[in-house]
Design a protein around this ligand. Structure first.
Ligand code: GMT
Length: 377
């Protein structure tokens, strides 16, 4: 199939899922066209069957807001015609599903029917999409999609609760290419980060308020009082500055490393002992899955789709959002003796197997095939 993939190219789960999906589909013989405003961060290699088409939005002083969805829908029309794309897969409803619908309508004028699959990722539903300013357009474009998927059962339920949805929503979870996280421990540069007796705790995100970054600092503060430890904070975003301030206030700056964005999270996870994800909302928690794939147990909140990923008492522990004391206690429980830690590491890896890329990507292929079949009827 010739598949057009629309996504956000930045650091963030939906862009990562879209990119990894495209790359895997290309390995399975499909022709992939990424259509977005920048080359996706995890898309390092373009090739014979992996292409990237940039959406340009020219600055025009008359516009207070530059019309990205207009430029995107025009680009989709051009690319579908030029590359004879069979199907579009848009990740994140806003504004991608809306732009795909417009492209579909424009192409119909030329006698071309391009179906589109929309994948809902989380904040497009739970935070932004359900805002009254966007809700009618989001509802409309979900209902007009030829197929809709959500990345967890929890997100499917949230979507059905928050919007008036007429379409069926299939659950296709996030997935992981286990080979990419299968480092031999001797490859790790652990010694550069911590002394032998120190445990390494890690968090990776885009540091938005929904990630409850300050909870992470507070949990770490509690843990390091009884267990020698370092905290690796990977990512950029609005909560970084307040987090650095809190570290200064608590006197732990020498124990906390702020990395900024990184393309080498597999290397960082390789030397990590524990991952923290205390989010306020999380439709799935891809970063937790990436941690588990590296054999890193997870202390998380029990919100949204996280319980579908992190198994209580097996791959880690889950607590109510904001329960810093319980999360700290559970972190110490895992870290305090080597046997327990090793068991949790093993369990985390086993849990990640459930989301192996080879099990999930065929589900998307089946959805494309079914969608194309239905369109021909
Ligand atoms: O939460 C983020 O950091 C980014 C966000 C996105 O839209 O890119 O991630 C969402 O999609 C991921 C991939 O499906 C999910 O694993 C994340 O849980 C989800 N984030 C939230 O729901 C907050």
């Amino acid at each position: 199939m010739r598949i057009g993939i629309v996504c956000y190219p930045t650091f963030g789960g939906s862009g990562v899922v879209a990119t990894e999906l495209g790359l895997e589909l290309s390995k399975r013989g499909h022709n992939i066209h990424f259509i977005t405003y920048n080359q996706p961060v995890r898309l390092e290699l373009l090739g014979n069957n992996v292409h990237y088409h940039e959406v340009n939005v020219p600055e025009y002083p008359l516009f207070h807001y530059q019309p990205y969805e207009l430029a995107l829908s025009s680009k989709l029309v051009d690319m579908v015609k030029l590359h004879e794309i069979d199907i579009l897969h848009v990740h994140y409803a806003i504004p991608h599903a809306y732009a795909a619908y417009m492209a579909q309508k424009m192409l119909q004028e030329d006698g071309i029917y391009i179906p589109f699959v929309t994948t809902l990722h989380g904040t497009d539903i739970t935070l932004v999409g359900s805002h009254p300013f966007y809700k009618p357009a989001v509802t409309f474009s979900i209902n007009k999609s030829n197929a809709v998927t959500a990345v967890s059962k929890s997100l499917r339920e949230d979507t059905l609760r928050l919007f008036d949805i007429k379409n069926d929503i299939k659950v296709v979870t996030n997935f992981i290419d286990l080979n990419k996280f299968n480092h031999d421990f001797t490859d790790c540069q652990r010694a550069m980060m911590a002394t032998e007796d120190e445990k390494i705790i890690t968090h990776i995100s885009n540091f938005r308020p929904v990630k409850r970054i300050l909870d992470i600092i507070k949990i770490f503060y509690n843990v390091q009082k009884s267990i020698p430890a370092k905290l690796m904070m990977v990512g950029e975003g609005p909560e970084r500055e307040p987090a650095e301030r809190l570290c200064r206030k608590l006197g732990i700056t020498d124990k906390v490393v702020f990395f900024g964005n990184s393309n080498e999270i597999d290397r960082i996870l390789c030397f990590s002992d524990l991952f923290l994800l205390p989010s306020e909302a999380e439709s799935f928690g891809l970063s937790a899955l990436e941690a588990m794939a590296s054999g890193v147990p997870v202390i998380s909140s029990n919100t949204g789709g996280i319980p579908e990923v992190n198994e209580q008492g097996f791959s880690g522990f889950l607590s109510d959002v904001g329960d810093i004391d319980e999360m700290s206690m559970n972190a110490i429980k895992i870290l305090k003796d080597e046997n327990t830690l090793q068991q949790f590491k093993k369990n985390a890896k086993a849990q990640a197997q459930k989301f192996a890329i080879a099990n999930i990507v065929p589900q998307y292929e089946a959805i494309y095939e079914e969608t194309l079949r239905n369109c021909k009827l």
